[in-house]
Design a protein around this ligand. Structure first.
Ligand code: ADP
Ligand code: 5GP
Length: 196
């Protein structure tokens, strides 16, 4: 069947890219670089119940909310997806994503595996990209070296990482984060490519 005229460029969930991968692989680093250098890509700002890390700002990396506020967001169906991860909750506000997609703006979500699965169910046209570490040892080094979590939280994140790594084949494509610059270039090419 011939494609609908203009289908590739029509504003639709085809402009949505989901970036996922184990904690410590470098997702935030890649997203920060895209935020800095490529303002044409819109980065969804998630709500989270985790406290801010040094340098994180309200409304930039996250909306930092209380448990009660997160309960309200769920109850009022304001989240496109949400999940509990290593003791905190994280979710994607639905309205800003829908608005950008309707306007034809490329949208990038950086979320963990359970949320990525929810998006695949509700928006099957989205492109799912898995960010993989060069090796398990390097992942442990990055997560530990970041120095932002106590040992107990690092252990929980490493346990989750085993599950996330085992799910790589659920994704449309994998990028290995050896060089942040290379990964950004590859990711931007995927985000900008017409998705068919
Ligand atoms: P995530 O958001 O996936 O949990 P981060 O972006 O916080 O991971 O990165 C974890 C640590 O790894 C940080 O200290 C970051 O500076 C470092 N890092 C990220 N990408 C690379 C890379 N390509 N090479 C070396 N270190 C990296
Ligand atoms: P961190 O606490 O390291 O910032 O994030 C922990 C995990 O939560 C990461 O894997 C990150 O991708 C994920 N995450 C961030 N925002 C969201 C979100 O809105 N929804 C889901 N499901 N995961 C998120």
């Amino acid at each position: 069947m011939p494609a609908e005229p203009g289908a590739v460029n029509s504003p639709s969930a085809k402009r949505l890219t989901v970036l996922s991968g184990p904690s410590g692989v470098g997702k935030s680093t890649v997203v920060d670089a895209i935020r800095r250098d490529h303002p044409d890509v819109w980065l969804s700002v998630s709500a989270t119940t985790r406290p801010p890390r040094p340098g994180e700002r309200e409304g930039v990396q996250y909306h930092f909310v209380s448990d009660e506020e997160f309960d309200r967001l769920i109850a009022e169906d304001e989240l496109l997806e949400w999940a509990e991860f290593a003791g905190n909750r994280y979710g994607t506000p639905r309205a800003p994503v829908s608005e950008r997609i309707a306007a034809g703006v490329p949208v990038l979500l950086e979320i963990e595996l359970q949320g990525a699965r929810q998006v695949r169910d509700s928006m099957p046209e989205a492109l799912h990209v898995f960010l993989a570490p060069p090796s398990w040892e390097e992942l442990v080094r990055r997560l530990t070296g970041r120095g932002t979590e106590p040992d107990e939280v690092i252990q929980r994140r490493l346990e989750a990482a085993r599950t996330e790594l085992a799910a790589e084949k659920e994704f449309d494509t994998t990028l290995v984060n050896t060089s942040v610059r290379d990964v950004c270039d590859e990711l931007l090419a995927l985000i900008r490519a017409p998705k068919v």
